[in-house]
Design a protein around this ligand. Structure first.
Ligand code: PLP
Length: 454
């Protein structure tokens, strides 16, 4: 759309807002007496932010739709979310009572599994990717335009849901060793799903490379309606920015700016980088700590500046991607989204698979919190950090997704309530075993059946 038309449309809209405000103030004044006048400056912060975003939209159809949505949000007496996208962000910050009591630190967790579309922090990223593409005029709703992504599941689920809501299609490439419920869910959301053998990134059939290729093939195919857009969560600016403008500010506001440490795992690195970039500017003393599962090279990247995990030694690696039962975090290559905030990451804590499993059970047993593997890793690392820092500190981490996404793998054959769960937090923190996929006789026994004393 030409610049002049865009400014004309926006100008007309803003004039409309002001006139509507003046008119309603006038009519209310006539019946109720003097009331404050409403003008553009009265827009709430999110509304101002949304207006700024809308000002960059090129497509006239999308611009009109976005303005209509914004106008509907003006009625502040009601609290109605604008579609499923309106249920993304502003997640609660929860005090995890058991961990806080046991450590003497306040351990707080952002309940990212309560994001409404795909139920993980990836909702923020998927929405940000789509909005950025819409602003650039790259996507046209209901034209057959399709978003392609390589993902272990969460980003795909978020993209699939938001694509449905905004008139696009989703095509997801994922490794075939991820929990089956994720691909089942993707199919139910109407996405096309390609499950591929796990492969190193140099392989053209690796799931991320395949998604890039599929997007290019779509665009080049004159018989396919619309075009293909590769979402590229590992490299896109839209990823870390979603956390820089959303997750970070929310944590700052919810804690009143009072926190000592932020702990997070990293898959793409978007969360830890975006949050660190926002918070460290305001809280230079804040410790940002990476929680890393077995087999991931990020731990050494943070500690020593090199991307290497001993499991990468020839002949020792059992799986192709990252050697752990944990899904969604840990990686063995450098990504833009991790590098953009890496200098702000002060330390890294390694978490074994057994520690993650034991923590997941602990959270259900003691707090009624049922989460997936990456959330459990975060909570182990937050607890280890609490022990390092000593009582009196406030640590914020994330609960990324629900245990329901992990029933067939991480949670398979694991019960809660039996005597084997009767372990102390100290015992959880010292579990050594690195892969819960291994038969037990290969490894040191997990301490169990001890009284829970802390
Ligand atoms: C469940 C879950 N938790 C955490 C993450 C990691 O977030 P990030 O990619 O921002 O590092 C992911 C990434 O896919 C995930 O799927």
């Amino acid at each position: 759309m030409p610049e002049s038309t865009r400014y004309y449309t926006l100008g007309a809209f803003l004039l409309g807002v002001t006139l509507t405000g003046l008119w309603s103030a006038y009519t209310v004044k006539r019946t109720l007496g003097p009331v404050p006048e409403r003008d553009v400056n009265e827009l709430s912060k999110p509304q101002q932010k949304e207006l700024l975003r809308i000002s960059r939209i090129e497509d006239p159809h999308l611009l009109k739709k976005a303005l209509a949505e914004l106008e509907r949000s003006f009625d502040r007496d009601e609290d109605i979310k604008e579609g499923i996208e309106g249920c993304i962000g502003n997640t609660p910050l929860i005090r995890i009572k058991s961990l806080s009591e046991a450590t003497g630190c306040e351990i707080l967790a952002k309940a990212e599994f309560l994001n409404g579309a795909g139920n993980s922090p990836k909702d923020r990223v998927a929405l940000s990717i789509i909005q950025m593409a819409e602003e650039k005029g790259i996507l046209t709703p209901h034209s057959g335009d399709t978003i392609y992504e390589g993902t272990v599941g969460s980003t795909g689920i978020s993209l699939a849901a938001i694509c449905r809501a905004r008139g696009y299609k989703a095509h997801i490439c994922m490794p075939d060793d991820m929990a089956i419920e994720k691909s089942e869910l993707l199919l139910k959301l109407g996405a096309e799903v390609e499950r591929v053998r796990p492969a190193p990134i140099v392989d053209q059939n690796q799931f991320v490379n395949l998604a890039r290729t599929r997007a290019a093939e779509h665009t080049a195919n004159p018989n396919k309606p619309g075009k293909g857009l590769f979402a590229d969560q590992f490299e896109t600016e839209a990823n870390w920015r979603a956390h820089y403008t959303g997750t970070g500010p929310e944590i700052y506001d919810q804690t009143g700016g009072r926190l000592d440490a932020f702990v997070s795992g990293a898959g793409t690195g978007g969360t830890i980088s975006g949050v660190a970039l926002f918070l460290k500017k305001r809280l230079p003393q804040l410790r940002v700590v990476l929680a890393d599962p077995p087999g991931s090279g990020l731990y050494n990247r943070v500690k020593f500046g090199v991307m290497f995990d001993p499991k990468e030694k020839e002949g020792t690696r059992r799986r192709h991607q990252v050697d752990t039962i944990v899904e969604g975090i840990g990686i063995n290559r450098v990504t833009h989204n991790f590098e953009v905030g890496r200098e702000l990451v002060d330390d890294a804590i390694r978490v074994t698979d057994d520690q993650a499993v034991a923590m997941a059970r602990w959270l259900v047993e003691n707090d009624g919190i049922f989460v997936g593997s990456s959330s459990a890793v975060n909570c182990v690392a937050a607890t280890k950090l609490a022990k390092q820092l000593g009582p009196g500190h406030r640590i914020v981490t994330l609960l990324c997704d629900s245990g329901a996404r992990h029933l067939s793998k991480f949670w398979a054959n694991r019960e809660v309530g039996g005597s084997e769960n009767d372990v102390s937090l100290d015992q959880i923190l010292t579990c050594k075993r690195d892969s819960s996929l291994l038969p037990r006789e290969h490894v040191e026994q997990t301490p169990r059946k001890k009284a829970r004393v802390e």
